[in-house]
Design a protein around this ligand. Structure first.
Ligand code: 7TS
Length: 420
């Protein structure tokens, strides 16, 4: 049985004080902290069996190769995929860029790519660049005022010309959990492939990518308690078999002659060069750790905290919360604006009280335009966050409000009052 205290005890960093206050780390949508088991797995690799993979016949290389491929298998299984379908990359941004280049030869002028108004730049700019290179057309699905996909508009925008639908599973600004399964059905009916940006969902929702029937799904290790610089994407086996690699070099080839080469099997065909071995081992340890806590605990804890935070933060004067206003189909990613106070000032004042949040556009400028605001201050939760930290956030916000909106009190001597 895992309690908040037993989970927190595995993250030494959470014991830190910032500006003489207990650290309330509420910037988990940017990156999560790492449990000790992840740090230990990485340290063990570097201190006990560091060697390159897939190359040496010596003991260390064999041990490293086994740990690396065994790590891939555990990660792939965590997502309901097979190891052949799971390509290691540097993260979500890298994955989407690679997938876009893999699909490039299949696109013709006037083919259409559909993204949404709530995409992170990582799932928008690669497609903008792709349409420039191919003559395809980028279309944008609007969102509703509550911060959800406008599914009525989808019917009007999807057509036989739509070849790729590129959408995020969960918004890193609004917290919305999007109806990906419905999108996949509609897109497949129109004959389009679906590429999902899973950067925000992977630490918060149990996923079975095969049954979700997505064609590609991109994730980052560092948002799910694993190391930075590591990530990957799932691709349907039959589609990956058809596509050509876009980066070339060692390890991804089967044989090379002076003027040509043939490709290795999946998944290595898409992985040139020495990979991030420690990254894969650390990520696999993170996945093991999440499974040891269990989805029941992970989900229940976060849902309860999100509802508590929505209820608590609504009471802070001058605060507007952007995105769905209940914890239903919503992650604990809470973007706020405060009347008359810039989000950067909010974040700076919160930091004085030990509260770490992110402020800015969160790499989602078109969404800021849609919301009609320049930026937000964003609190985002992980499974180790507790109500006390939400209270610390609310109190710090109240202090910020008072600092920017001092009440002018006129002192009237009591006796004058009664003399009138
Ligand atoms: N997509 C979404 C929805 C994201 O939230 C992020 C990172 C990315 C893609 C890119 O992931 P990366 O691992 O390749 O960087 N989002 C954030 C954030 O919201 N604050 O810092 C990074």
């Amino acid at each position: 049985m895992h309690t908040a205290a037993s989970i927190r005890s595995q993250f030494p960093i959470l014991k830190r004080k910032i500006n003489n206050n207990p650290l309330a780390y509420l910037d988990n949508a940017a990156t999560t902290q790492k449990p000790q088991s992840v740090v230990k797995a990485i340290t063990d690799f570097y201190t006990q069996y560091n060697a390159n993979v897939h190359r040496g016949m010596h003991a260390l290389s064999e041990q490293a190769s086994t740990a690396y491929e065994d790590g891939r298998e555990r990660i792939a299984r965590f997502f309901g995929a097979t190891p052949e379908e799971f390509i290691f990359t540097r993260g979500t941004s890298d994955s989407i860029n690679i997938v876009a280049r893999m699909l490039e030869p299949r696109l013709k002028p006037n083919d259409e790519i559909l993204a949404t108004q709530m995409e992170h730049h990582s799932n928008l700019v690669p497609w903008q660049q792709l349409v420039k290179r191919t003559g395809a057309v980028l279309k944008i699905l609007p969102i509703t005022d509550e911060g959800r996909w406008d599914m009525d508009a989808l019917e009007r925008i999807l057509s036989g010309n739509t070849k790729i639908v590129a959408v995020n599973h969960c918004s890193n600004v609004l917290g919305t959990i999007n109806p990906v399964a419905a999108m996949v059905r509609a897109a497949h009916q129109a004959g389009a492939l679906v590429v999902v940006d899973g950067a925000q969902s992977s630490a918060h929702l149990p996923l079975n990518l095969r049954s979700l029937d997505v064609d590609f799904y991109a994730v980052s290790s560092h948002k799910m308690y694993g190391p930075t610089g590591m990530g990957g994407f799932y691709g349907k086996h039959e589609i990956l078999e058809l596509l050509e690699p876009v980066s070339f070099g060692g390890d991804m080839i089967r044989s090379v002659e002076a003027f040509d080469a043939t490709w290795n099997d999946l998944p290595w065909k898409f992985e040139p060069g020495t990979p991030h071995i420690a990254g894969a081992i650390g990520w696999a340890a993170a996945v093991d750790w999440m499974q040891s806590v269990g989805w029941d605990t992970l989900e229940a804890q976060e849902r309860e905290l999100t509802q508590y935070a929505l209820d608590t933060l609504k009471q802070v004067p001058g605060i507007t919360i952007h995105g769905p206003n209940t914890a239903v189909n919503r992650l604990g990613v809470i973007s706020m604006t405060m009347d008359g106070v810039h989000p950067h000032d909010i974040a700076t004042l919160l930091d004085r009280e030990g509260v770490a949040v992110r402020s800015g556009t969160h790499c989602a400028m078109p969404l800021m335009t849609r919301l009609g605001i320049p930026a937000t201050a964003r609190a985002s939760f992980a499974c180790y966050n507790i109500k006390k930290e939400v209270d610390q956030l609310a109190k710090a916000l109240q202090t910020a409000w008072k600092m920017f909106h001092p009440t002018v009190t006129v002192q009237v001597p009591a006796k004058n009052l009664w003399q009138r």
